[in-house]
Design a protein around this ligand. Structure first.
Ligand code: BGP
Length: 459
């Protein structure tokens, strides 16, 4: 039997735009996602957009009962900026009432709310002005953060500023996946810098409003693995580490932007515009904890025909297709639980052993109805195995002294996932899209209950 530390957090993560529904109702204004599906519905799997998400806006009370039913003691979701402050300034009273009741009911049920402020959902009014490309976005976000702390600080004592900030930077400005879907490395670095400063001003607002809880950031960092020990592959790994791991972890935890990152952006003529005083703010406001989302490792090799200055990240490192990799046969990502052990050691050795938790881990499965038994239950043994394998590695990391305080899965109820719509299912509960988003328990939900009740499992 492996046992986790006392008071370990067991739960799941999700986000406002992926679950609430009511995307254009109850005073909420458009986000980029609401607008994008109006402009380009063909980009979205099955034409499903943020309006089609699992209607948590109405169903949250029952969902909280479902959380309790499977032994969760914590849950992460986010606030929708465009719902709370539809024009960026005016408080939407209905949103306040909704979130207050939602968080209060979680507390009453013994579910600790971990509340995140930004999960890829830029308000449209701000995007029209340039979004994270503008310095204005930093102040707008700080105002939103302060408002959220003032309105909900008495109900929430674990906050996160951003979920996976790299995603809106890379997908929006480098890889063409998310709105505005442009490829411009210089803009991407500027967007990254403004995101970083927005994070810091939110932490500053948290300290200044004298909150009594903790604030952190959720990052999708994973140790990188180079194809070989050869200099060029190692250089590629170094570049990937700087951009993907250190770019946010170093400033958020250690209070400094890594010198290698500064050198890299200068060398490639990507230097962002900064303001006097930024450095001091970065130094003064470290986070209290880190959340790490982990799905699959990153394997790298030397870039092929790299250009200088770099036009995109593929000029700095290339993806390596490791021949020995084990794949998730139901959607196609690599499965490599060992990375969770490596992450544990990285947090311990390189980041002052700061408290951290696994804020997302899970297995997405396409066409999951094929695993439904005669009683209508999804028998997702593959998911149970996936999580046990990851938990075993995490446990090894904790035994080695890493300061990990929880394990959250992605996700609780199958949810809408951006352009992928409902293609990949991750939940402990299946959602029936043809039947008013009805939820039904999967086998993994029963397993999770036992896991959290025992605070561990038999191996
Ligand atoms: C994470 C995001 C989530 C979620 C998940 C699954 O990176 O934080 O928002 O969507 O990925 O992604 P996908 O549906 O592509 O499998």
């Amino acid at each position: 039997m492996i046992k986790f530390p006392d008071n370990f957090l067991w739960g799941s993560a999700a986000s406002a735009p992926q679950t609430e529904g009511h995307a254009l109702l109850n005073g909420k204004s458009h986000t980029t996602w609401d607008k994008w599906i109006e402009l380009n519905p063909e980009k979205f799997n099955a034409g499903q957009g943020p309006k089609d998400t699992s209607n948590v806006y109405e169903l949250y009370e029952d969902d909280i009962k479902r959380m309790v039913e499977i032994g969760m003691n914590s849950y992460r979701t986010s606030i929708s900026w465009a719902r709370l402050l539809p024009d960026g300034k005016t408080l939407n009273k209905e949103a306040v009432a909704f979130y207050r009741d939602y968080f209060e009911k979680m507390n009453q049920a013994g579910i600790k709310p971990i509340i995140n402020l930004f999960h890829f959902d830029m308000p449209w009014w701000l995007m029209e002005k340039g979004g994270w490309e503008t310095r204005e976005s930093v102040d707008a976000f700080a105002f939103y953060a302060k408002t959220a702390f003032e309105e909900f600080g008495d109900l929430v004592d674990e906050w996160a500023t951003f979920n996976e900030p790299l995603v809106h930077i890379e997908c929006g400005y480098l890889y063409g996946f998310h709105y505005p879907a442009i490829v411009d490395f210089k803009k991407a670095i500027q967007v990254g810098y403004h995101t970083l400063m927005a994070h810091f001003l939110a932490v500053k607002a948290y300290r200044e409003t004298k909150q009594t809880g903790r604030i952190g950031i959720i990052l999708n960092v994973t140790p990188t693995y180079a194809r070989s020990e050869e200099t060029m592959d190692q250089k590629a790994k170094q570049n990937a580490d700087v951009l993907i791991i250190k770019s946010f972890l170093d400033p958020c935890v250690l209070g400094t932007i890594p010198a290698e990152l500064v050198d890299l952006v200068n060398e490639h003529e990507l230097t962002p515009v900064t303001e006097a005083g930024d450095k001091e703010i970065i130094k003064e406001y470290p986070v209290d904890f880190i959340g790490i989302n982990y799905y699959q490792p990153m394997r790298v090799q030397a870039a092929e025909n790299p250009r200088t200055p770099a036009v995109t990240t593929s000029d700095l490192f290339a993806h390596y297709d490791w021949p020995e990799k084990r794949m998730n046969p139901y959607r196609g990502w690599e499965i490599y639980p060992e990375a969770l052990y490596d992450v544990s050691l990285m947090m311990k050795n390189d980041y002052n052993n700061i408290p951290w938790y696994v804020s997302e881990n899970g297995m997405g499965v396409a066409e999951e109805e094929r695993f439904m038994n005669d009683n209508g239950m999804i028998e997702d043994d593959y998911r149970i195995e996936f999580m046990e394998d990851h938990l075993e590695q995490l446990h090894k990391g904790i035994e080695a002294g890493s300061n990990c305080f929880g394990y959250h899965t992605w996700t609780f109820v199958d949810c809408w996932s951006w352009l992928n719509g409902y293609r990949n299912r991750y939940g402990f509960y299946r959602v029936d899209l043809d039947n008013n988003f009805e939820r039904s328990l999967k086998k993994s939900g029963l397993w999770y209950k036992e896991l959290s009740q025992n605070n561990g499992f038999e191996i």
